[in-house]
Design a protein around this ligand. Structure first.
Ligand code: HEM
Length: 116
């Protein structure tokens, strides 16, 4: 519905380009974002019904556990979500698909919060 693997690669690249210059969250990430881009794209491909390459390369996602080392409060969550929603809107998809993506990113980013 959104264009498969290539759509998520474009989405995630746009998202991380914005993260690069956001001092609210840039410090949480490693200097080199190459792996983060790759893993996040594969995760989203898998989450939205595509090939399970993420699981093969990384094992079960356990995203809350993987995010536990990074202090994620309201500010960090909001910054993350702002960039992801900007990326979603940068590559228009069917309105129903956009609504599902936005709902998911809103809920999942809130679920990733681990500090007040
Ligand atoms: C919808 C919510 C989110 C999803 C689906 C998501 C997804 C992911 C994925 C798939 C990874 C790579 C895991 C791996 O190594 O296999 C990752 C890493 C990471 N995420 Fe998230 N994330 C979300 C929310 C957030 C939020 C709110 C923050 C706060 C800034 C955040 C910060 C990070 C950081 C710092 C890494 C580590 C990157 C690295 O070590 O390469 N994430 N995320």
């Amino acid at each position: 519905m959104v264009g498969g693997h290539d759509y998520f690669v474009r989405l995630v690249d746009r998202f991380y380009d914005a993260v690069e210059s956001d001092q609210r969250i840039r410090p949480l990430y490693p200097d080199d974002l190459t792996e983060a881009r790759h893993h996040t794209a594969l995760f989203l491909v898998q989450y939205w019904g595509g090939p399970r390459t993420y699981d093969e390369q990384r094992g079960h996602p356990r995203l809350r556990m993987r995010h536990a080392p990074f202090p994620i409060g309201q500010v960090e969550r909001d910054a993350w979500l702002e960039h992801m929603l900007d990326a979603v809107r940068a590559f228009p998809v069917h309105p129903e698909a956009e609504r599902m993506l936005v709902d998911y990113f809103e809920h999942a980013s809130t679920a990733m919060m681990n500090v007040l």
